[in-house]
Design a protein around this ligand. Structure first.
Ligand code: NDP
Length: 301
């Protein structure tokens, strides 16, 4: 029988008998030993077999920082070549270059440049370049997103439009641009980054909540339309994740409330999201589509 990959490949524990080996009536003590180990293991490390990723090409939008960066790095650790974009509003090329260096150090190829996901023409051009530079597109992670919080009666047209156009229309433009390729090759994985706020209301984020709820509907519809072409489309719904930009403007008492409200009593890290994104892009998740996976420490329970 083929042995599974991962830490199961470690040499067998010399204290335990191999299967089919003479146990000399010692199996009782082996079981006792096992039970003892299980009993003292306070932080079991999950073993995730992530197959089918090496050599693929992923586009991760908004990967110059935060969740996008962590997702790109995690995919690269599994041998995925990475294309990413960013907005570059504040002249962030330096951040993007640092991410690209991090990715290349993991032995994968990269392509990156500023590209505004609100502009469908730019998005199409970017996807064409990715295909030329990296030889294909198999995975799309729609991550680029912003918040512009304000009470609804004070919210400007721009604040409404900017958030809807970046978080929702941007994801649609990227998905539409890659859909013909994914359909033609009869393979693809799309992960859209929604939010707990696509499901739960809070004061002052009507634009963000509407966009993130829209991402959930976009995910389900795309899953139906692309499923027959063997393309999985899923979403993740992170809770409060410690990234600099989305949380640095959030008052500490608000974060304390979020921490208390979550069953696990903590905020998340970008890596908590990245691991699930990688799983959804892998063949381990081949039968999951149209799903919205909460990554919120139990915030929505
Ligand atoms: P960051 O602000 O750290 O990163 C956002 C990324 O998106 C940056 O790379 C930014 O580029 C890019 N971006 C913004 N606007 C555009 C645009 N118009 N075109 C192209 N790229 C753009 O955010 P987070 O990592 O915190 O958030 C990432 C995603 O996760 C977002 O969709 C967010 O809504 C979602 N999310 C975050 C949560 C959190 O608590 N942090 C919780 C739930 C969901 P540049 O740096 O150049 O501006």
């Amino acid at each position: 029988m083929r042995r599974p990959r991962g830490s199961w490949n470690e040499p067998p524990n010399p204290r335990l008998p191999e299967s089919g080996e003479e146990t000399n009536g010692d199996s009782g003590s082996a079981v006792a030993q096992l039970l003892e180990e299980v009993g003292t293991e306070t932080e079991p490390r999950p073993v995730l077999t992530v197959e089918g990723l090496s050599g693929r090409v992923a586009v991760v939008t908004g990967a110059s920082s935060g969740i996008g960066r962590a997702s790109a790095v995690d995919l690269a650790r599994h041998g995925v070549h990475i294309a990413f974009n960013y907005l570059n509003k504040g002249g962030e090329r330096g951040l993007a270059e640092a991410v690209a260096e991090e990715l290349e150090a993991l032995g994968v190829r990269t392509y990156f440049r500023a590209c505004d996901v609100r502009d469908p023409g730019m998005v199409t051009a970017f996807m064409n370049e990715v295909e030329e530079e990296l030889g294909g597109i198999h995975i799309l992670v729609n991550n680029a997103g912003i918040g512009r919080d304000r009470a609804l009666w004070r919210m400007s047209d721009d604040e409404w439009d900017e958030v809807l156009r970046t978080n929702l229309s941007g994801a649609f433009y990227c998905l539409r641009a890659v859909a013909p390729r994914l359909r033609a090759q009869e393979f693809g994985k799309v992960v859209n980054i929604s939010s707990v706020h696509g499901r739960r209301s809070e004061f002052g984020i009507i634009n963000y909540s509407a966009a993130k709820a829209g991402i959930i509907a976009l995910t389900r519809n795309a899953a139906v339309e692309l499923g027959p072409s063997n393309v999985n489309v899923n979403a993740v719904a992170p809770g409060y994740i410690r990234t600099t930009r989305l949380t640095e403007g959030v008052p500490p008492e608000h974060l304390d409330r979020a921490r208390e409200r979550s069953a696990l009593g903590r905020l998340g890290d970008p890596q908590d999201v990245a691991g699930v994104v990688t799983f959804l892009c892998s063949e381990a998740a081949r039968h999951i589509t149209g799903a919205v996976i909460p990554i919120d420490g139990g915030y929505l329970l």
